[in-house]
Design a protein around this ligand. Structure first.
Ligand SMILES: [Fe+2]
Length: 569
């Protein structure tokens, strides 16, 4: 059975109310599931990762946010950023390229990859644009993080109003400092950025920290930040329509930066780091917050997964069949079985002191994200790591991708047919598979979340912590795409192998392509909370570079945004 074709369903996003279709919805399950996605109606070009951002929110308690008493509210909205508003006003001047959607205004900030909660605040992130703050209640735009002049932008073509900022879709919130850490890469150099939630950014260049490809994640321990080069490669000739000549790098530098060194150094001055080399390639990685016994990092390797190439007309899939035009634009799925490792690194030398590895070519392919207890206590002492694996999907691998990776793909491991998706629980830190649930081969599970039991019950614990943190006490909630209808499955986090304890769905609901998800304990409005935010109207100093008609549109967008968010809001 094929991948769901609803992946690229470009229908207008609409709200839904989901009802329980099997099992019993757990009484203690609550809070909000939030998801980020690039909506297919705005892909408009070579890669789905460039579609404009949508945020969806599912309330996990019945009867919230306008849903009937026996239903769960699914609410979704295209983000009304300055980029989206300008594109809506003048679609004729926007052009899709292999590095995003550009225009005389500059580059669209798609803000489509991951929701990032910070207390009651919510941000939508992207690798090639500033984080965007969103009102968690109304899902409307509040502001971009940091004035454009505080970032190093990547201006290969004029960007008078919309800068392309190379950063990461996965910043982290430091629970001890209550600040956001992220990166700003610039022509292969790494800069670390700290933002206190209001006001100016602080930025430090990291001495000798090369980034040969890109950065998709930053992770942290109590005392350290960890940044790896990531396996998303853009070769220069591809930007002008040329073909790829090299696969993503097979190994990558990982840089360890001590937070105390940053704090002891004036912003703008270089800070040293420790570097080690990691193989195989990676995009997502998560450090254990407690670093008393070394820096422990879980690496979800993306071995031989060609994310920056997509399939199109004339391509053949891994089984030699013509690719289906309905999947045109789909990026490459892994051509190797999943490999997950947990390393404990000596921060002084970069030497690896401990290594656990999980790999199961018979069952585990195409790991698609995870469900983690993101509370401070859960990150300090993780007990279980839950992952969703999409299975082996020959439709999502082309012969061109296989040829590009050559002998980096062990063809003897490629299954001759589809392998079904699974929800898997692994022990920490040994990565033993302790639970495993197989879904249907026509299902496409997507980014799951962990919801703790009794969040907030311990006044001495952090707000996101349940009564027994770590990842075992609560629920794993998995959105599942299927052409027969979208559904949400709920598992007991301690017993994923027993299968879902409840399923919810809405008649006729089909959800397209989704990227990351997150859990928040509640959704309250943060508009008008008095925080200082960057306003588009404050970023018009280069508006004179535009022709008169585009200047008028930009001023109108700035006025509309000012009306929507008065001073202090
Ligand atoms: Fe990601």
């Amino acid at each position: 059975m094929p991948l769901p074709r609803c992946l690229f369903d470009a229908s207008e996003p609409v709200d839904h109310d989901l009802r329980v279709t099997s099992g019993t919805w757990p009484a203690g399950l609550g809070g909000e599931l939030v998801l980020s996605s690039p909506h297919p109606s705005t892909f408009g070009g070579p890669h789905p990762f460039f579609g404009e951002g949508m945020v969806s929110r599912l309330s996990l308690a019945m009867g919230a946010h306008g849903a009937p008493a026996d239903a769960l509210a699914w609410r979704q909205r295209m983000l009304d950023t300055p980029s989206a508003r300008l594109r809506a006003a003048r679609p004729d001047v926007f052009e899709a390229t292999m590095i995003g959607v550009r225009s005389p205004f500059g580059h669209v900030n798609a803000a489509n990859t991951a929701p990032l909660p910070w207390g009651d605040r919510l941000f939508a992130t992207w690798d090639a644009g500033r984080p965007v703050e969103v009102d968690p209640l109304t899902l409307t735009f509040l502001g971009e993080v940091g004035h454009r002049g505080e970032w190093l932008d990547f201006e290969v073509s004029p960007q008078p109003l919309l800068p392309m900022v190379m950063t990461t879709a996965h910043p982290v919130i430091d629970p001890d400092r209550d600040v956001l850490w992220t990166v700003n890469t610039h022509w292969g150099e790494l800069h670390v950025v700290r933002w206190d939630g209001e006001g100016r950014l602080q930025r430090w260049p990291i001495e000798g920290a090369a980034i040969p490809q890109s950065v998709h994640t930053i992770t942290q321990t109590r005392d350290w930040l960890i940044v790896a080069d990531c396996a998303y490669k853009v070769e220069p000739q591809v930007l002008s329509g040329g073909a790829r000549t090299e696969p993503a790098n097979a190994s990558e530098p990982v840089h360890l930066i001590r937070k105390a060194d940053l704090e002891a150094t004036p912003p703008g001055q270089p800070v040293r780091c420790t570097t080690f080399e990691l193989a195989p390639e990676v995009n997502h990685y998560y450090a254990t917050y407690d670093d008393a016994d070394g820096i422990g990092i879980l690496f979800e390797h993306t071995e031989a997964a060609e994310l920056s190439m997509v399939q199109g007309p004339g391509d053949l899939d891994a089984l030699g069949r013509p690719c289906d035009p309905a999947l045109a634009g789909l990026y490459g799925f892994p051509m190797a079985p999943d490999r997950t490792t947990y390393l404990v690194v000596d921060p002084a030398t970069g030497a690896i002191r401990h290594r656990a590895e999980q790999r199961d070519p018979e069952r585990l392919w195409s790991r698609q994200l995870n469900a983690i207890d993101w509370s401070t206590e859960g990150r300090a002492r993780p007990t279980l790591h839950h992952t969703v694996h999409l299975g082996y999907r020959p439709e999502a691998i082309t012969q061109e991708m296989l040829a590009l990776y050559g002998d980096r793909v062990d063809r003897s491991l490629l299954p001759g047919e589809e392998i079904a998706p699974r929800v898997v629980t692994s022990s920490m830190p040994d990565l033993d598979v302790v639970a495993d649930w197989e879904l249907g081969v026509d299902d496409l599970p997507t980014s799951p979340i962990f919801v703790p039991r009794d969040p907030g019950v311990d006044p001495a614990a952090s707000r996101y912590a349940g009564s027994d943190p770590g990842g075992h006490d609560g629920w794993v909630v998995v959105p599942v795409l299927n052409d027969a209808g979208f559904r949400v499955e709920v598992f007991d986090a301690a017993a994923v192998g027993a299968g879902p304890i409840a399923t919810a769905a809405a008649p006729g609901m089909r959800l397209p392509f989704v990227l990351h998800s997150a859990w928040m304990p509640r959704a309250v409005s943060t508009r008008g909370d008095g925080r200082e935010r960057v306003r588009f109207a404050d970023e018009l100093d280069r508006i004179g570079e535009l022709p008169d008609d585009l200047q008028r549109e930009a001023r109108r967008v700035a006025d509309d945004l000012a009306d929507a968010a008065p001073p202090g809001g």
